[in-house]
Unconditional design. Structure first.
Lengths: 90, 201
């Protein structure tokens, strides 16, 4: 994601992707290093950050996961009215 | 159970369709070293290990493979969007098109349908982990081969991401194998099968 202007929605989804990648990597690392306390603290920090960002995204643009649907129930079911990931636009 | 997140692990935004490349990249969806095989391999194997760390790495990498399958599918979907009949004929995509139109169906680049025989779940954690390490390297080679055929940056970027993940997974499976071997008799790792025999490790 480089060049030109990107929308706030794309930017937020990109940031979630970056944070989630840290979580995926720490998850796999901890599976084979289950007593690394520093790694656990590091992971917790990013999990908290991701949850906050996922909730904020859900409120603004609709949920990325069903557990974030509370608080964004407006007058349409955005889970299906918003584009699916393979449609492009991130 | 699983949870779906409505986003790709790495963005896929391909501007130009290309039916020829779609047929090649499709192999990483339903081919012998593809992401469907990878996910089913690890998620099937995880029951035969008594070691929780190993069950964890198989579960979590198996889950990530599902996200990779979605990325490869999104690439194929975008490469086959808005094709003209001429493009379908000239690219050789007609043989796929006649059976599946532009729908996603797991097959290898050579047209061989997906088959569970491309992976094994042996019920022996040492055997399974050696297969898993080999599988990650085979997929890495496939992505290297794809990268030699692709010149469009929109396709290269997600493929490079997937290639790098194969290397990380290979490393983690290597650590899992070491964890298993540390729990066994170093004089004879094969004295018993910790996932089957009753004797304690």
């Amino acid at each position: 994601m480089n060049n030109k202007m990107i929308s706030e929605k794309e930017k937020m989804k990109y940031d979630i992707g970056v944070i989630d990648f840290v979580i995926v990597e720490m998850n796999l690392y901890l599976d084979t290093h289950p007593t690394d306390k520093d790694a656990m603290d590091y992971l917790s920090h990013y999990v908290r950050m991701k949850n906050q960002m996922m909730r904020e995204f859900a409120m603004k643009f609709g949920p990325l996961r069903l557990s974030d649907t509370d608080g964004c129930m407006q007058n349409e079911w955005k889970w299906v009215t918003q584009p699916w990931p393979w449609e492009g636009g991130c | 159970m699983w949870c779906y997140e409505k986003r790709l692990q790495f963005p896929v935004n391909i501007k130009n369709s290309n039916a020829k490349l779609a047929q090649v990249i499709m192999s990483q969806f339903g081919g012998p070293d593809g992401e469907l095989a990878a996910s089913q391999r690890y998620l099937s194997q995880r029951y035969a290990t008594p070691y929780r760390e190993v069950a964890g790495i198989l579960t979590d990498i198996g889950t990530e493979e599902l996200a990779h399958m979605e990325m490869v599918s999104a690439i194929v979907y975008q490469l086959t969007k808005d094709l003209s009949m001429e493009e379908i004929q000239e690219s050789g995509f007609d043989k796929y098109y006649v059976d599946h139109t532009a729908g996603l169906w797991p097959q290898a680049a050579g047209g061989v349908p997906f088959n569970a025989c491309v992976f094994q779940s042996k019920g022996d954690v040492i055997t399974d982990l050696f297969e898993d390490m080999a599988a990650e390297q085979k997929a890495r080679t496939t992505y290297d081969n794809i990268l030699r055929l692709v010149h469009d940056n929109d396709i290269c970027e997600p493929i490079k991401f997937l290639r790098a993940r194969e290397i990380v997974h290979f490393q983690r499976f290597g650590e899992a194998l070491r964890i298993v071997q540390d729990k066994l008799d170093s004089k004879n790792f094969y004295a018993f099968n910790p996932g089957f025999d009753k004797c304690k490790s």
